[in-house]
Design a protein around this ligand. Structure first.
Ligand code: PLP
Length: 445
């Protein structure tokens, strides 16, 4: 069977490999709108839009046609050594027109991890160009997800991605996760929590030495680490501290970008003016692998001067600016605009949050959180003390398994149940999702 071949030969990302051998895979066979179907014809609401990414939903013919047209015309070309082609050029122009702040130059990769690795290297190259050769450290947060390559995986702040892999590398430092419900101290206000985190950042910069700290990287709203909404005024204070010590601000918009929070970018929701913005996933609704790094003109000019001195800008991938991926992105962004999916994420997102907040009284539910069409429900062993289950993730995993029986695919991050449906979801479909969510919650209680 396909299942036994899978178990025999495939190594699954972010999966307990031995457990996978025992429970085996569900074979996902096709998709349509917010639904996917397994090989026995069972229907599931894709409550996580694949991996937080299939914004326009499954089976979108316009994306198939855009890919087919580009495949027929020019299936592959690179933009190394003074070549270019239409789709990546038009997409770079489009991204610059959409981006917050003054980001003017775009570098394409195939994945978010490669994009963050590229951002790290650009910052190092930039600081070398300015003669600041010691200014190389990066500050990230516990609970962050920035990918799993060796460098980006060092910025990630999740044990599962680092334990056993000898990560993080020493250039990456981590601060407290900005999760007020979990890490606010007893009696501490949300504002005081923000102040404590801003001071923690400043103290770290000072103890490491401002001349050695290059950049702060953060997801505007943390996704894969459990859908963490930053506390009030958090990004204002973080940016103030970074500016004071000439530390670049990098917004990792890989999940937030292109409407997920009900604004075009997470930066728009939280008032972030980044020096670098990284995006992926919903850029193509994951119909093609693609990510982008956007940088300011100031950074670009210094990098261009440096490459003139060194002879070449020695960075790039075979699939950088892939014509089929970038053609699909252009069509996908057109669909997001034409169908007002950013506004839909705000409106239907509000409906989702109203519905989820009705679970707040449930004995297992500690916190309901999120923004736009991304949310999490954190399950706890004791509502009053916020005590976690032992081991962490025990009940979350049970929810994850049982949800399948109720026709729902979600993701458990420990015991937090994450929801991030395609952005085309309607209010009526959200009601159906909530019904399946409640059935699962009742089932595990
Ligand atoms: N950054 C963020 C915020 C992400 O959520 C992810 C993936 O989930 C990545 C980076 C890494 O992207 P990829 O899996 O394409 O390498």
């Amino acid at each position: 069977s396909l299942q036994s071949k899978d178990i025999a030969h495939q190594i699954h990302p972010a999966t307990n490999l031995r457990r996978h051998e025992r429970v085996g895979p569900i074979v996902i066979d096709r998709g349509s709108g917010i639904y996917v179907y397994d090989d026995e014809g069972r229907e599931y609401i894709e409550g996580l839009a694949g991996l937080w990414s299939v914004g326009v939903g499954f089976g979108e013919k316009r994306l198939v046609e855009a890919a087919t047209r580009q495949m027929a015309k020019l299936p592959y070309y690179h933009i190394f050594a003074h070549k270019t082609h239409e789709p990546s050029t038009l997409l770079a122009e489009k991204l610059v027109s959409m981006a917050p702040a003054n980001l003017k130059h775009v570098f394409f990769t195939s994945s978010g991890g490669e994009a963050n690795d590229s951002a790290i290297k650009f910052v190092w190259y930039y600081n070398n160009a300015l003669g600041r050769t010691d200014k190389k450290k990066f500050i990230a947060r516990q609970g962050a997800y920035h990918g799993i390559t060796i460098a980006a995986g060092s910025l990630t702040g999740l044990q599962a991605n680092q334990r056993g892999f000898d990560l993080p590398l020493p250039f990456a430092k981590h601060l407290t996760c900005p999760h007020y419900y979990r890490f606010g101290l007893p009696g501490e206000s949300e504002e005081a929590f923000t102040e404590r985190l801003a001071k923690e950042l400043e103290d770290l910069i000072l103890s490491e030495g401002p001349d050695t700290v290059a950049a702060f990287i953060g997801e505007p709203l943390m996704g894969a680490g459990g859908v963490i909404v930053p506390p009030v005024n958090y990004w204002q204070r973080i940016q103030e501290v970074c500016r004071k010590y000439d530390v670049l601000v990098i917004a990792d918009e890989v999940i937030n970008g292109f409407g997920r929070l009900g604004t075009l970018f997470g930066c728009d929701t939280f008032g972030i003016r980044p020096d670098i913005l990284v995006c992926s996933k919903q850029i193509t609704s994951s119909y093609q692998p693609l990510a982008a790094v956007l940088i300011s003109d100031e950074m670009y000019q210094a990098m261009a001067d440096q490459s003139d001195r060194l002879g070449t800008f020695g960075h790039g991938y075979t699939a950088s600016a892939h014509p089929v991926a970038t053609a699909v992105a252009l069509e996908n962004l057109a669909i997001i605009e034409e169908r007002n999916l950013v506004a839909n994420a705000a409106e239907v997102g509000a409906h989702l949050h109203a519905g989820l907040s009705r679970f707040a009284d449930h004995p297992l539910v500690g916190e309901v959180r999120g923004r736009g069409l991304i949310a999490a429900v954190e399950l706890v062993a004791d509502k009053a003390t916020k005590a976690r289950f032992d081991p962490v993730g025990k009940v979350g995993l049970k929810f994850f398994d049982r949800a399948h029986q109720h026709g729902l695919i979600i993701r458990n991050v420990g015991d937090s149940i994450a929801i991030c449906p395609p952005m085309i979801i309607t209010a009526a479909q959200v009601d159906e999702l909530l019904k399946r969510f409640k059935a699962t919650l009742d089932d595990i209680t």
